[in-house]
Write a protein that binds this ligand. Structure first.
Ligand code: SF4
Length: 214
């Protein structure tokens, strides 16, 4: 019935997403997966369910932003980072609290992440990059529990050394992309990243070929 049609709609939408550059949201991702994506290696089709999860996240952003607007806090929304040689991205908002600018990233998370008591490492990386490129000292990760609509916020200070390491990561990866060298599988890669990775087949194949060369 209509379930299949809806899934087909989202599958078609997923096919149009082609990666051509590094994005702030790549911070924390597996470098090897980013590499395969930029080199347009074959990938598993995107699960339509994930597309709906992204869309749900977008709706959460819009809802929260409209409240922040009503409160008169918003300086700008969907703020593109200044042009630079390495990375693209768009922060959810820059708001002003008692005259001090803050970058805000809104995340719709499940109950497990919400109850963790600390922000997600990938989200911290993303926020730190925005702080760096906007030259703003403070940011807020605002979490909404998608199961209960509870809110939680983490105020984060800019950390210059932390960002330096992130930029080293992206510059190193850029060099590998330019030279056509596939990054190694990270030693600390979490199982779930590989489980959901659309490039798992390409990754395993490349690993096998590499072993044969050795
Ligand atoms: S399968 Fe795992 S190691 Fe390989 S590219 Fe994907 S996330 Fe990275």
């Amino acid at each position: 019935m209509i379930k299949e049609l809806i899934n087909e709609f989202y599958s078609a939408k997923g096919k149009n997403r082609e990666k051509t550059a590094f994005y702030v949201s790549d911070a924390g991702r597996c470098p090897r997966a980013i590499w395969f994506s930029l080199k347009k290696y074959p990938k598993k089709p995107t699960d339509p369910r994930f597309m709906r999860v992204f869309e749900h996240g977008n709706h959460t952003h819009m809802r929260i932003m409209s409240v922040l607007f009503s409160l008169g806090l918003v300086n700008a929304v969907e703020v593109t980072i200044p042009e630079n040689e390495i990375i693209h991205g768009r922060a959810d908002a820059v708001i002003s609290i008692h005259g001090e600018p803050h970058v805000v990233e809104v995340k719709s998370v499940n109950s497990i992440k919400f109850k963790k008591g600390e922000p997600d490492a990938d989200h911290i990386k993303q926020l730190q990059l925005y702080l760096h490129f906007f030259k703003i000292k403070k940011g807020i990760l605002l979490y909404e529990n998608k199961d209960t609509q509870e809110l939680k916020e983490y105020v984060i200070d800019y950390n210059e050394n932390f960002v330096k390491n992130l930029l080293v990561f992206f510059n190193g990866l850029k060099e590998k992309v330019d030279k056509g060298i596939i990054p190694e599988i990270p030693k600390d890669i979490e199982d779930w990243r590989c489980e959901y990775c659309p490039y798992i087949e390409s990754c395993e194949k490349a690993q096998e070929e590499n072993k044969n060369i050795e």
